[in-house]
Design a protein around this ligand. Structure first.
Ligand SMILES: Cc1cc2nc3c(=O)[nH]c(=O)nc-3n(C[C@H](O)[C@H](O)[C@H](O)COP(=O)(O)OP(=O)(O)OC[C@H]3O[C@@H](n4cnc5c(N)ncnc54)[C@H](O)[C@@H]3O)c2cc1C
Length: 483
């Protein structure tokens, strides 16, 4: 006699049938497979390559992501991978430094001031080699009695010709075509999603790329902190990902003249523009890495979220929603989405995933419930990138204002970094700090121009800075309001 769980396992292995088929065993796919498996759902997880990924993405998990991982019972995936504790950020603006530690966390029952963004007890993030973390997540999925992981490349959706309902996927398994069926198919195939375009007409927009290098034994100015370096070019990020390794991500906007072939390409840009802005102690490691390491790049895409409306289908993770990786928010959004989704699909609420109408209703709820965290992270990432990659007078004024705002300390640091960390989940806190930065930037812009420039700066100039702040923020707010 088979137990119910053994029967389900046989159905998965022999008949390729389950409650849920998940495409992509990356950050979101592994977490959702385990979370739904924990609810006694039978899950098939398809992944095109189970080898340890070697990528320059997903290497710093914000405290809000660590907290979500804990809720999913997956926090131990951060163990035994030589992960580094992260206590906050060090922002370096033309050589001047300001520390922005993660704020105290309000969890534990103490009062907190949500509107001003202050919290108690300091939480921690973690940085690591992406591939090692992914392998730990995959091991969890593989060890789960309700999850079957199969190395297979999904090639096509299987859809009912009558109802339009997604019934599963066709896939290539060891060179042979095969099919997998589930009441719910979750697409989590990442930034270059093959399937997304069948369900939405808009496409990701990438205005820059991150170029990645691995530095060895780099003496970072503030160990256990992410470093953001601002200077003449677009921002550079540095954070330790292992005892000896530090990830450097160099943002290069498209059509950057100093990165043109005539100017020596990306290496020329790094040598001539990036290295002179780096802390002196880090420069030799950077130069050594350019000589030795292969330069790899990834597009920094923006894609606002959209409600899932196709019966039998949920598109999640980067396939659904992306923001500039400057603030390292993608994994935090993904893990929090899994927490929310598993609550919404709890068997007490949705006894069978075959009830497609009810599942769709819950997915619509997910679209709005995820806003408190994902909107904050999406808008903050895009807005902060506009300021940090400033390429005109108004944005430069806002960039300087932002740095001076951080220097004020207290709530001027706790609020913004709490939002970035995924521990303050309130879009109004973001709007409050963004416009506080704008007003402070205008004050500095007017005060620093000298007596002759003051009449222009106090009137037309400051209006232009304020207009630019609105032009930066509002399109991203609107993109979050659509269905
Ligand atoms: C340069 C850069 C740096 C970043 N740094 C950070 C950071 O520090 N912190 C952070 O939180 N976020 C960061 N992100 C974002 C983060 O990497 C993503 O948000 C996160 O990986 C999304 O998870 P996912 O599961 O949607 O996609 P992925 O993790 O990319 O997983 C997708 C999976 O699907 C598989 N797959 C694809 N197609 C198929 C198919 N047809 N069949 C079967 N399997 C398939 C892939 O092999 C992969 O395993 C960064 C992004 C970029 C671009």
């Amino acid at each position: 006699m088979y137990t119910p769980s053994e029967k389900d396992q046989l159905r998965r292995i022999e008949h390729h049938e389950a409650d849920v088929v998940v495409v992509g065993a990356g950050i979101l796919g592994c977490a959702v497979a385990v979370a739904l498996g924990n609810q006694d759902r039978s899950v098939i997880l398809l992944e095109r390559s189970l080898k340890e990924p070697d990528r320059i993405v997903g290497e710093l998990l914000q405290p809000g992501g660590v907290q979500a991982l804990e809720k999913l019972g997956l926090r131990d995936c951060l163990e035994e991978i030589d992960a580094i504790k992260v206590f906050g950020y060090d922002v370096i603006y033309y050589g001047e430094e300001v520390a922005i530690p993660y704020p105290e966390d309000g969890r534990g029952g103490e009062a907190s001031d949500e509107m001003r963004g202050t919290k108690r007890k300091r939480p921690e993030g973690r940085s690591f080699h992406h591939g090692r973390f992914i392998q730990r997540l995959r091991q969890k999925a593989m060890a789960h009695p309700n999850v079957t992981v199969i190395e297979a490349t999904a090639t096509e959706m299987v859809t009912s010709g009558y109802t339009g309902q997604v019934l599963g996927v066709e896939a290539n398994v060891q060179g042979k075509p095969d099919s997998f069926f589930g009441h719910l198919t979750i697409i989590a195939d990442g930034y270059a999603s093959k399937f997304r375009k069948e369900y939405r007409t808009d496409t990701p927009v990438a205005k820059s790329k991150f170029w990645g290098l691995e530095l060895i034994d780099a003496p970072l100015p503030m160990p256990n902190h992410g470093h953001v370096i601002l200077g003449d070019g677009a921002p550079v990020l540095l954070y330790q990902i292992g005892t000896h390794e530090t990830r450097a991500l160099v943002d290069i906007p498209e059509n950057t003249t100093s990165a043109s072939v005539a100017n020596g390409g990306v290496k020329g840009h790094i040598r001539n523009v990036v290295i002179p802005n780096l802390p002196r102690a880090v420069r030799p490691c950077f130069e050594a890495a350019i000589e030795k390491d292969r330069l790899r790049s990834m597009p920094n895409s923006f894609l606002p979220p959209k409600t899932n409306i196709t019966p039998g289908l949920a598109i999640l993770g980067d396939a659904l929603n992306m923001r500039h990786p400057l603030t390292g928010g993608g994994m935090t959004v993904a893990f929090n989405d899994v927490v929310l989704l598993s609550d919404l699909l709890d068997p007490a609420v949705v006894p069978s995933l075959a009830s497609t109408g009810l599942v769709l209703k819950q997915l619509k709820r997910l679209h709005w419930q995820r806003k408190s965290l994902s909107s904050v992270i999406n808008i903050l990432a895009q807005a902060l990138y506009s300021l940090f990659a400033a390429n005109d007078t108004q944005l430069k004024a806002l960039q300087q204002g932002c740095f001076e705002y951080f220097k004020l300390g207290g709530n001027c640091v706790d609020g913004p970094v709490g939002l970035l960390a995924g521990i303050i989940r309130n879009p109004f806190v973001l709007i409050y700090h963004f416009f506080s930065v704008a007003v402070y930037a205008i004050w500095i812009y007017v005060a620093s121009g000298g007596i002759l420039a003051a009449p222009f700066r106090a009137t037309i100039g400051s209006s232009m800075v304020f207009y630019k702040a609105c032009a930066v923020l509002f399109p991203y707010i609107f993109s979050e309001l659509r269905v």
